[in-house]
Ligand binder design. Sequence first.
Ligand code: GLU
Ligand code: ZN
Length: 269
Amino acid sequence: MVTRFAPAPTGYLHLGHVANALYVWNDARARAGHVLLRIEDHDKERCRPEHEVALLEDLEWLGFHADAPLVRQSERGALYAEAAAQLDRQGLLYGCTCSRRILNPPSSIPHPPSSPYPGTCREAGHGLTDDVGWRVRLPDDEIRFDDQWCGPQVQVPAQQCGDLLIRDRKGNWTYQFVATVDDHLQGITDVIRGLDLLDSTGRQILLGRLIGRLTPATFAHHPLIMKSATQKLSKSDGDTGIRDLRAAGWTRDRVLREAATRSGQPFPL
Ligand code: GLU
Ligand code: ZN
């Protein structure tokens, strides 16, 4: 059993991360598995080295130790380029010149559901240059998997998101792509993460298949810590930042207990 903890250094560690880390490390411990630490710094605009330093320091203070040296997605560009080339050899990639604004026009409601990519550039013949997005043609397969928390799932990625963007116009590899490539190359057998990523799973299984993963990982999407009944916790909620809790005198045990009880885990474990 090999699982991973995969924070993006776009902010400080918060209670939601700690809840996820508890699920990940407890499951790995119970099954004599390994935890890999993967820094998801694929987005050059949003990630900061000082956030990585702080994340590592907080993890250390909390006592979460990985079983192998950490990997940084920002250092794995050659692997992503090779996976992209593999898709390209199958004729699955095309360039997309659509802007985010055209695809998701500004809306008056706070969280408009994002609509699937309509396939505007599918047959336009744009090459894979640096100034366009790169998309992968998704077959309309129905993906079935048995989530360890949520039970049997059926997802049709072609309808949910349409052709997936794997690289944006600024040259950043996208989360969906790099997470899929790394879960495959790192031999991750179990993906344990929050419920907010349940919808991404079908597309990651399908994309995994296209880059040569024969057997998908097992997935477990656990409950999230909520800010309120309807609002999920975000990095801007300073009240749950581990930095702030430490500064306010919280002990390690108190932080772990808070994260455990607020996400439905027994404590002590
Ligand atoms: N980097 C992602 C996050 O911070 C985790 C993605 C995953 O576990 O697949 O939410
Ligand atoms: Zn397009």
